[in-house]
Unconditional design. Structure first.
Length: 288
């Protein structure tokens, strides 16, 4: 396998964005919150809400002491609001199991609500400086092209961690940089639709480029469009409850003009099932 680490490190040091979670002293709790927020959400939307969140709840114990409704309300427009509820539950678990300190061990992190392979390793690597492979969508695309010669990565799989491990240098600090650099390269240069290969530090050793940029297809599951979807209906219901006094509204007053009332009711049922909404005596409210 060609050496990808050295050019990634050199490129990252000159091109990495100045992001809050990359600054010295940001801390494990801030890193954990940022990783929850960044799941399927653009950086530009995350930064202001992240800063407000950490000002309001600077420690896991602070969030754990607040009602879940506050977490859902302050999640605002980040989307996928179950993440807010999961983050609140994780904060309670950190307070109760780990004396309020975000754990360092990957298995301990994986045992927290809402945390998977990526987030657990991201906290261990970027907050605590340990050596693990960290793989997100951008990383998988860089590896698919540079190593495997494919235009797009396949669906996420356990082997992704082994693939990333194979390019990590032995040095623990350098391994952390390579993890961050692969993600950054995928976000800024090796993008899904319009890769800027002329600006890529791996262009002289990229298997996809050497093969003539073949279109090898895209087998990943496509996300359904948002407009007219159940996700949009769920968002409309939550918006009403977030904005209501005491976050409590009569069921009949929740988006009564939604164009598809069957879809609205289905959205409400799913929110109740997810624990994001409580239905009590003909009223809907955020969880308490």
């Amino acid at each position: 396998m060609p050496d990808l680490a050295a050019p990634l490190i050199e490129w990252y040091r000159d091109n990495a964005r100045d992001l809050p979670w990359r600054r010295a002293g940001f801390g494990a709790w801030g890193t954990l919150v940022s990783e929850f927020m960044l799941q399927q959400t653009p950086v530009s939307r995350v930064i202001p809400l992240l800063e407000a969140w950490l000002e309001r709840w600077p420690t896991p114990a602070d969030l754990a002491a607040a009602p879940p409704a506050d977490a859902v309300r302050h999640w605002a427009n980040l989307g996928y609001p179950r993440r807010a509820l999961w983050l609140h539950r994780a904060a309670v678990e950190i307070r109760d199991r780990h004396d309020g300190i975000v754990p360092r061990d990957v298995d301990d992190l994986l045992a927290l609500t809402g945390i998977g392979d990526y987030t657990a390793r991201a906290v261990a690597v970027f907050a605590y400086g340990d050596r693990h492979p960290v793989v997100d969508t951008n990383t998988r695309r860089v590896l698919a092209r540079a190593v495997d010669g494919r235009s797009q990565p396949g669906p996420a799989a356990k082997r992704d961690l082994a693939d990333m491990s194979a390019i990590l240098p032995a040095s623990v600090p350098d391994a952390a940089v390579v993890n961050a650099a692969a993600m950054e390269l995928g976000a800024l240069v090796c993008t899904a639709r319009a890769p800027r290969c002329e600006a890529c530090p791996l262009s002289d050793r990229c298997a996809w480029r050497a093969a003539g940029y073949p279109d090898t297809g895209d087998t990943r599951v496509k996300q359904a469009r948002y407009e007219g979807s159940d996700r949009q209906a769920r968002g409309a219901v939550l918006r009403v409850l977030r904005d209501a006094p005491a976050h409590d509204v009569a069921s009949t007053d929740v988006v009564p003009d939604w164009p598809d009332l069957v879809q609205r009711d289905r959205a409400i049922d799913s929110l109740v099932a997810d624990g994001l909404v409580e239905a009590v005596d003909g009223r809907l409210r955020l969880p308490r």
